[in-house]
Design a protein. Structure first.
Ligand SMILES: Cc1cc2nc3c(=O)[nH]c(=O)nc-3n(C[C@H](O)[C@H](O)[C@H](O)COP(=O)(O)OP(=O)(O)OC[C@H]3O[C@@H](n4cnc5c(N)ncnc54)[C@H](O)[C@@H]3O)c2cc1C
Lengths: 288, 797
């Protein structure tokens, strides 16, 4: 497993990093390296240069405000997410998910920013961030902008980031006085540990009704998407087992053509999406 | 835990920690890729992307000019190196054994076939230059399935092997007799079983370093080898045509092999020939994981049809088996022996079956070579016969445990000849192990729980799977395994030299060698016990053809039952001589000398004793020896056992199948094994644990898949599901102890038992969970989708 030759840069500021990217169109950002380096070792990726953002100060850490809104630095690792007591208060789904990403080595190295920027079709946090209605802060040579995760994922391993843009932060909305129920269900591939199917559900619960519902699905579709048909079916409904089952039944609608491989066909993935949507919603609603 | 030998002061039977571990666990081991020699160069192979193609042209010119490149070579540059030998010519293999050359010439037959090699100053440069070698191919039609390969019109791999057939082999009674027995049976069942292809996945891939010394005309090979002496012999006599004494093979620390490192591979002669071409600079080749998956041997890959006859009360009356065995693109070193001697001849399992007929057709296909993989033939046989038991149970309504009981060979039947050409089983008490396993797992309650869940329509289906296995270990007797036309034309004895230094410290050199089994610990326990000296005073040396006596290597769970017995015999010779010397020094008759706890004394006067160290010193300084005695205590044994050994046991697996998704949860795993006497229970438990992990992984997770173009779809650890810690349950182990009468230690062997037993136990459990839906069989790996599909189909019909 030997990558092709590449140049290596270690910028000390975001500005320097985006400038390096702008100057080297064949360059790639290196964060935790747990997606990029394996691809390079298999020679599936051969970037001419790596821009290692790993030592740029200020890109790692979790800040929770009084209203429950959260800013997570792009270099924050899964292990950091898992260890954050504050995050567990309003957003327990994050620790729940971080705990099922890869293995301890992956969790210690892999970053949340890297996961979202890579947009792997079987990543976990893509679905969770969709369900949480998160957004990212992207910084490029032209300045910075906020991109809702809804608009970030646009294709297989493809985001709406410009080549010279770096994700610096991930933002989660304020919880305020809302009651949020949330759960992540994962069917892990027995070899890779990635999601064959992953379903994240977040319900804003008002008394007994679902005031709003967001469902992120990964593994099955071409890239992580929201199960809007199921969201719509449940929104405004009483949170009963029946209502959830009906919503889950339409969970694959709008997801497009589903992935298939020797482990799981598109048909089986579709079935898992439905079963796991039901399970995620049931837990999010507090019914299990 | 039951152990046979209770004497408290003995190490035999003690669970002491492995002396190898501190070194290996702290990263202080020296594995092949840790070895750096002065002036060492690196070889990287250019491999075929096609499964079957003619090589039209190879252009090495661009690669040759790249920085750091010392040479680029193709198959034409090695026409003076012979193809690898086919060592095990089981009956039926005639002149159709086509073995690999160091580099492919004219045609490639599998993806990954090496067609050129680049040698460079470092591995990165070599790899870049390998990418710059241009090879043009004319693709040819591909076949990956053993049965299809033998059908008319199938793509042909080798001229020498019409219809791609390597061998056609039968054992047991003739077909007509078995057909008649089937005809007369009250109950008849048939099934079609696929024992899928597996990839051994040793943590350490394979590699080799070659060094030629122009001054002495000698070759040294460091190789990830389970059998360095055999590799030296084959390289010298068959491949390079170099006298054996001019080759030294060293096997450093080995990170697992599971059989895949028994065989001679193309890279071994290649690095030696390359070093010679480079004037003696050492050449290292070390495969990466992708290369390991593509071209190091695979295991299993059988397609089998079975026909079973039974009585209405569950007694098996006849069994007919027809198996297509996939051997891959070429004939690997002992490939022919696996689906024949080690499979067909073990098909009776633990049972008295009056009429068995087995036919095996082994074929070439455009896939990686298949050879021995942990268990080697025996897991395939155990899978067949243990599925047979459950199929009979399902067809007759007799409980699966009872079916086994009713067919068991009984303790008084040993030695028992199963009638399929295996040596007689040595000893056993199959029912005892079964009963113990059932008791431990709480079989009756589980069956009730299963019934209750079924009645209330629980979506979590409970399944209980049994596997009562017997296997053959201590693979050796030369007169049997060496039989030309049946075996591999050579013996399988083992050797040991025991040398006692002047200080009384002991060095054992053995032809057996560890690649994870803890030989240094187990063997030292034996020595310390026999000589009554501290365990720390014993050193076990191995793995280097320079300084160890010839040995055939480590596989077939044979190290203790063959190699260990060779040590034991040498120790007896040492003791005999030491006793003579003690008698001389104590001025007594030899018959009056007692040897106890490392001391020699005259019967009745233990106070004036000579210690073992005193005797060692006397033997060494040699000025006062009895007339005619040679100095020194140094004894060698070449041990060829009279029979193999036959470990057995029963494993029970309990699973829960999620009716909604087909997902399987492992609830319990109980294993009662009988491996004969146990020297070190900790090591045996470790072997059983690892074995079960691999066996259950075949049932649930692993499976090498080729597409129709011959591309390995499961070519990385991201797609091939080798088991990880969180995927296996807690094991509940117990033992029964039935010593083997074959050897003086009473040991049988434990390296493969877990793998052999676990696969059918888990598969039977999953099928049992869904059997009430009318499902009688499911092929492995039992992935959720496969189970879910079967449940759906059963619901529809
Ligand atoms: C064995 C193994 C198992 C795994 N299992 C799982 C799993 O179960 N679930 C899962 O979700 N993931 C899994 N992963 C992937 C892991 O989570 C990755 O680490 C993660 O997806 C990428 O993060 P990274 O920091 O390692 O990114 P890198 O590998 O460094 O980069 C990935 C890509 O994103 C780009 N990039 C990285 N950071 C930024 C940024 N801040 N701004 C712009 N672009 C950026 C890089 O240029 C590159 O293209 C696994 C990985 C391995 C090796």
């Amino acid at each position: 497993m030997f990558p092709s030759a590449f140049e290596y840069h270690r910028p000390s500021s975001v500005q320097e990093a985006v400038q390096l990217l702008a100057n080297n169109p064949e360059a790639k950002v290196l964060a935790g390296g747990h997606s990029l380096l394996p691809a390079m070792k298999l020679r599936l990726a051969a970037p001419a240069a790596l821009v290692d953002i790993g030592r740029i100060p200020g890109l790692r850490g979790i800040q929770v405000s009084g209203d429950g809104s959260v800013v997570i630095g792009a270099l924050t690792t899964y292990l950091d997410l898992l260890d954050s007591g504050e995050l567990r208060q309003g957003y327990p789904i994050i620790a729940e998910t971080a705990n099922v990403v890869g293995d301890p080595h992956v969790r210690a190295r892999g970053t949340l920013g890297g996961s979202l920027a890579h947009c792997d079709p079987a990543a976990d946090f893509t679905a969770v961030m969709l369900a949480l209605n998160a957004s990212v802060k992207a910084v490029g040579t032209g300045g910075e902008r906020i991109i809702p995760v809804d608009d970030l994922f646009v294709g297989l391993l493809t985001t709406s980031l410009n080549p010279d843009e770096i994700i610096t932060e991930i933002h989660l909305p304020a919880v305020g006085g809302r009651k949020l129920g949330m759960a992540y269900e994962k069917h892990a591939h027995p070899a890779s540990g990635y999601a064959v199917v992953g379903v994240a559900a977040v319900i804003e619960i008002d008394g007994n009704t679902a005031k709003s519902v967001r469902i992120g699905v990964t593994g099955a579709p071409e890239y992580a998407k929201r199960a809007t048909a199921a969201e719509n079916a449940l929104t405004g409904q009483q949170l009963t087992a029946d209502a959830i089952a009906q919503a889950a039944n339409v969970a694959t609608e709008g997801l497009g053509e589903l992935n298939g491989d020797v482990y799981a066909s598109p048909e089986y993935r579709a079935h898992l999406v439905r079963v796991m949507t039901r399970r995620a919603l049931t837990r999010a609603a507090g019914l299990s | 835990m039951v152990t046979a030998v209770e004497a408290p002061d003995r190490l035999f039977g003690k669970a002491i920690k492995r002396r190898e571990d501190p070194r290996l666990i702290t990263g202080a081991g020296s594995f092949l890729d840790d070895i750096k020699l002065p002036g060492m160069t690196h070889a990287v192979l250019v491999r075929s992307p096609y499964a079957h193609a003619r090589i039209r042209r190879i252009d090495t010119s661009a690669a040759e000019k790249m920085p750091g490149v010392l040479g680029v070579f193709t198959g034409q540059d090695f026409m003076d190196v012979n193809p690898l030998p086919a060592a095990w010519q089981a009956a039926g293999v005639k002149n159709n054994a086509v073995t690999p050359r160091v580099l492919a010439v004219n045609e490639v037959h599998q993806v990954g076939d090496p067609v050129a090699v680049v040698v460079a100053e470092d591995r990165y440069l070599a790899r870049d230059a390998a990418d710059a070698v241009v090879v043009e191919y004319d693709p040819l039609p591909v076949v990956v399935d053993a049965k299809k390969a033998t059908e008319p019109g199938a793509p042909q791999l080798h001229e020498e092997a019409p219809n791609n057939i390597v061998l056609e082999w039968t054992c047991g009674k003739d077909e007509a007799t078995v057909d008649a027995a089937l005809e007369q049976s009250e109950v008849r069942v048939s099934s079609h079983l696929i024992n899928q292809r597996l990839i051994p996945t040793a943590i350490e891939p394979r590699g080799s370093i070659g060094k030629y010394d122009p001054a002495t005309d000698e070759y040294t090979l460091w190789a990830t080898s389970q059998a360095p002496h055999v590799h030296r012999l084959l390289l010298g006599a068959f491949v390079l045509g170099v006298p054996e004494q001019k080759i030294r093979v060293i096997s450093p620390d080995i990170g697992g092999g599971f059989g895949s490192k028994i065989f001679l591979y193309y890279d071994m002669p290649l690095v030696l020939a390359l070093s010679k071409k480079l004037g003696g600079r050492p050449v290292k080749f070390f495969e990466d994981r992708s290369e390991n998956y593509l071209t190091t041997t695979h295991g299993r890959d059988h397609i089998t049809d079975i026909e079973i006859g039974a009585t209405r009360d569950g007694k098996i009356t006849a069994l007919k088996v027809k198996t297509y065995a996939n051997l891959g693109a070429y004939f690997s070193t002992v490939a022919a022996g696996i689906p024949t001697t080690l499979y067909g001849r073990m098909l009776a399992g633990c049972y008295k079956i009056p009429a068995i007929h087995c036919k095996v057709i082994a074929a070439y296909t455009n896939t990686a070579m298949v050879d021995a993989y942990r268990g080697a033939g025996r897991p395939e046989a155990a899978y067949v016969i243990e599925r047979v038991c459950d199929l009979v149970a399902q067809a007759t309504g007799v409980d699966p445990a009872e079916v086994r009981r009713r067919n068991f060979i009984q303790p008084e039947d040993f030695p028992y000849d199963t009638g399929v050409g295996m040596l007689p089983y040595d000893s056993g008490d199959y029912e005892k192990a079964l009963n113990r396993a059932l008791e431990l797992v709480g079989y009756e309650q589980l069956r009730q729980e299963q019934k209750a869940r079924r009645e209330r329509g629980d979506s979590k289906l409970l399944g209980i799977g049994l596997s009562s296995y017997v296997e053959v270990c201590g693979i050796a007797p030369s007169k049997w395994i060496g039989l030309p036309g049946e075996g591999w034309g050579a013996g399988l004895w083992e050797s040991a030299n025991v040398r006692v230094h002047l200080t009384g410290k002991v060095v054992v050199t053995t032809g057996s060698l560890p690649h994870g089994q803890g030989h240094e610990t187990t063997f030292a326990q034996l020595v310390a016990d026999e000589l009554g000296i501290p365990y720390e005073d014993v050193e076990i040396q191995h793995s280097d053809t320079l300084g160890t006596p010839f040995g055939f290597g480590t596989y077939g769970s044979r190290s203790l039952a063959v190699g260990g017995v060779a040590i034991y015999r040498s120790l007896q010779k040492i003791k005999e001589k030491a006793k003579k010397l003690a008698a001389h020094l104590l001025e007594a008759a030899e018959e009056d000398i007692v040897f106890e706890n490392g001391k020699f004394y005259v019967k009745g006067s233990p106070d004036s004793a000579k210690t073992f160290a005193d005797i060692a010193l006397a033997a060494h300084v040699a000025y006062d020896l009895p007339p005619g005695m040679e100095p020194y205590l140094d004894e060698t044994t070449y041990y060829d056992p009279p029979n193999c050994t036959f470990p057995f046991g029963t494993h029970v697996c309990v699973v829960e199948v999620d009716r909604d998704t087909g997902e399987v949860k492992l609830l319990r795993y109980v294993a009662v094994d009988d491996v004969g006497n146990v020297v070190n229970p900790l090591i045996v438990d470790g072997q059983i644990h690892g074995g079960i992990a691999q066996g259950l992984a075949q049932a649930l997770y692993e499976g090498a898949v080729y597409n129709d173009d011959g591309q390995l779809v499961t070519g990385t650890l991201e797609s091939y599901a080798a088991p990880k810690a969180h995927m296996v349950p807690t094991y509940e182990l117990d033992r029964t102890v039935t010593p083997s009468p074959t050897n003086p230690l009473g040991v049988k062997g434990a390296g493969e038992a877990g793998t052999i037993a676990a696969t059918p136990a888990v598969a039977n459990a999953v099928i049992d969970a869904v059997s009430h839906l009318g499902i009688t069989h499911l092929d492995m790996p039992l992935t959720p989708e496969r189970i879910w599909n079967a449940i759906n189909q059963a619901a529809r019909s």
